[in-house]
Design a protein around this ligand. Structure first.
Ligand code: ADP
Length: 337
């Protein structure tokens, strides 16, 4: 068996269990960086060969030298970006899977909009000022925070009434509320093979949006229930097979546009997050340029990866396979950034 000179490391949160399990399945030794108070799952599920405990993820930079000494490649995920911030990630010296340049495009709303528009992806209308609100909107605060605090409004008056409950929030976006079903499309693009793969789909399980249907409309009004979108978990999903060509096409466009925007472009896992309306078009409200937590139901592979691979292939494992193939072909620089 090939001796793998690298270790795979990530921080203990988000999709770490899946990433580390996938790395072990591919033959890598694994490291999990954990906050002391959150270490238990990473001991309960034995996917980390080594656990490095820190008081806070903010101390990540203090252990960076240790990771370099161990020849680690760090796999970023949603919590990694949230806890470290784009600027610190860009300065990391430890090997990092995926291109850091794309993080700027992902974290800057204007750039993200340009990227998706140029990829001919439909997006929800944005209202620059509250006074422009003429239809139902969803108000979102900046930064991935799992939907927490988001609210709906139907008019400028309602907007001002509700925003008053968030006096410290200055940075928000007012987006058209799109009626349809939320769908998250998980892709993987390998630079080594120049191929796009659909890894799976999920929908989110959000509190209280996913329970409001259990309360009659009349009771919702008397109880003054407000819709909220706090993410609690992810639910696996399979789409109509006839929609697959469409999802493949838009994924390919997003990759091609990223290559025009910023060489070498996006690679590894990414996700288009949006609402499929009744005309079967995906209106995308966000792109994640890395592994998303919606891939977690598929630790043992998805209905789609099962068709392509003769073994359980999670997105975490697919990342490790990409790194392994890069090492075998002496092209490691192609998967680091
Ligand atoms: P975060 O990035 O903070 O996790 P999202 O932007 O993914 O939050 O939105 C959280 C949830 O809000 C989504 O899962 C979806 O249910 C709902 N949502 C977001 N944007 C829209 C929209 N434009 N129209 C309808 N629902 C939306």
């Amino acid at each position: 068996m090939l001796h793998l000179p690298k270790r795979i490391a990530t921080i203990g949160s988000h999709s770490a269990l899946q990433i580390l399990k996938g790395a072990k399945d591919e033959g890598f030794e694994t490291i999990c960086i954990c906050e002391k108070k959150k270490v238990k799952p990473y001991r309960m599920f034995p996917v980390a060969d080594e656990i490095i405990e820190v008081d806070s993820f903010k101390d990540f930079l203090k252990i960076e030298k240790e990771l370099i000494k161990r020849d680690a490649i760090v796999i970023p995920h949603g919590s990694f970006v949230e806890y470290l911030g784009v600027e610190k990630i860009k300065k990391l010296k430890v090997d990092h899977y995926g291109t850091k340049k794309i993080l700027d495009w992902e974290s800057d709303r204007g750039k993200q909009q340009k990227w998706l528009t140029r990829s001919k992806i439909k997006m929800p209308q944005i209202f620059k000022k509250p006074e422009e609100i003429t239809k139902p909107v969803i108000v979102k605060f900046h930064g991935a925070r799992g939907g927490r605090g988001y609210f709906l409004a139907n008019s400028p008056e309602e907007f001002y009434k509700k925003i008053a409950q968030h006096p410290c929030e200055r940075d928000y976006v007012i987006q058209e509320y799109v009626v349809g079903v939320p769908i998250y499309v998980h892709y993987f693009y390998s630079r080594l093979n120049d191929e796009l793969e659909i890894m799976g789909f999920d929908k989110r399980y959000e509190s209280n949006a996913d329970s409001i249907g259990r309360v009659a409309a009349a009771d919702q009004i008397t109880a003054n229930i407000q819709t909220s979108y706090t993410i609690v978990g992810n639910i696996p999903l399979v789409v109509r097979e006839s929609m697959l060509p469409y999802f493949i096409k838009i994924g390919e466009r997003v990759v091609a546009e990223s290559q025009r925007m910023e060489s070498p472009g996006l690679f590894g896992p990414f996700c288009l997050e949006g609402i499929v309306t009744q005309d079967l078009i995906l209106t995308v409200f966000e792109i994640s340029a890395r592994i998303v937590a919606g891939t977690n139901p598929y630790t043992n592979g998805s209905p789609y990866t099962c068709l392509r691979y003769n073994e359980p292939m999670s997105t975490g494992r697919r990342i490790a396979r990409d790194i392994k193939q890069a090492i075998e072909r002496n092209q490691l620089e192609k998967v680091l950034g």
